[in-house]
Design a binder for this molecule. Structure first.
Ligand code: AMP
Ligand code: MN
Ligand code: MN
Length: 320
């Protein structure tokens, strides 16, 4: 990252007093971890910080220090607004309603729209948490054990335990440095990536029983009724997409998750060479080349048909 941009950010953060930090809706480990890391680090040098996630902190991450301080709505005025791990402003949900454009955007999505006054975007970073691990010391901010735990959470969730195709030696070095603060990595790994509720596994069962395949594409659907049937409390896929993406001889896996009668969340995962972020972008979403998502208006049937058509056409183009 350009040193001048880092220096400018450092000066701005030093001058700021009331700081708002936000991240994206349906927060994942990188959203929560990056938000907490920046928020806690700024608090530790005496800043008045508010951390806001419009969907709140998911249960899986509530053990992280500071997560009980995260609000779903900002309160009061701020002289500095920072957004982390968020490729466009719409993804902040209602967190910035009524506020001016953010001062700072720290993110690693190649589809980032550079919406802030100052944009630190590194698309080769495996997680926003990796970027912050480098930036915090450059901003004169400490990385204590709770901050390292938040950052490691971002690193291991976005890389699904250091195994996504964008993994780099740098990411492992950053993780090793964070571990030096005393974080119990195996315990964190178990808690955030391996352990899941019985309801979540039953929910997987429903999704897996409906799996379809066409050539090198596999997909399934999860409906409101499916969630009701098994008592799954979230409105996500309980990471079932990561199971679909392990199926051999497939290039793209996708999952359609009904949000309402008229809105569907879609997640794509692909092998290198199949850029699903472009399909997601076409539907108003975004993400990375091999992992992308979008929320699309329409019934499950309508959205499924459009999404499958467009994904099939990417597959045929790419394999020609
Ligand atoms: P998901 O499929 O939700 O696990 O997301 C995969 C990747 O796509 C992540 O990097 C997300 O941040 C990104 N992503 C998911 N949904 C959206 C969206 N609606 N807009 C922009 N990026 C998204
Ligand atoms: Mn994220
Ligand atoms: Mn991320």
């Amino acid at each position: 990252m350009d040193n001048l941009l880092i220096q400018s950010t450092h000066k701005q953060l030093q001058a700021a007093n009331r700081i708002l930090v936000v991240s994206h809706i349906r927060p994942d480990g990188d959203a929560v971890g990056s938000l907490l890391a920046l928020g806690l680090a700024l608090q530790s040098v005496g800043k008045d910080v508010q951390m806001v996630l419009s969907d709140g902190v998911p249960r899986d991450f509530r053990h992280l220090k500071g997560s009980d301080k995260v609000l779903t709505w900002p309160q009061g005025d701020f002289d500095y607004i920072a957004v982390v791990d968020c490729s466009d402003l719409e993804r902040t949900g209602s967190a910035l309603n009524g506020y001016s454009i953010p001062d700072l955007n720290i993110d690693h999505h190649p589809t980032n729209l550079n919406y802030a006054r100052l944009n630190l975007v590194e698309s080769d970073a495996v997680a926003t948490a990796e970027m912050l691990s480098g930036y915090l010391p450059q901003f004169g901010l400490p990385i204590t054990k709770p901050i390292a735990e938040a950052l490691l959470t971002g690193l291991i969730t976005d890389t699904i335990g250091f195994r996504t195709v964008n993994m780099t030696p740098k990411a492992l070095r950053v993780a090793a440095d964070l571990m030096e603060t005393g974080v119990d990595l195996p315990a964190l790994y178990q808690r955030t990536l391996l352990s899941r509720s019985l309801n979540a596994v039953r929910y997987w069962g429903v999704g897996l029983s409906k799996i379809s395949a066409n050539g090198r594409l596999v997909w399934t659907t999860l409906t409101l009724e499916d969630r009701q049937q098994v008592g799954y409390p979230g409105r996500d896929d309980a990471d079932l997409i990561n199971v679909l993406s392990t199926i051999e001889d497939t290039d793209i896996a996708l999952i359609l998750i009904e949000q309402t009668d008229e809105r569907i969340k879609v997640s794509w995962r692909s092998k290198p060479g199949f850029d699903v972020s472009q399909i997601a972008l076409n539907f108003g979403g975004g993400g990375h080349k091999t992992a992308a998502g979008a929320e699309i208006d329409g019934s499950l049937k309508e959205v499924q048909s459009k999404v499958l058509n467009m994904t099939q056409s990417l597959l045929s183009k790419s394999s020609n």
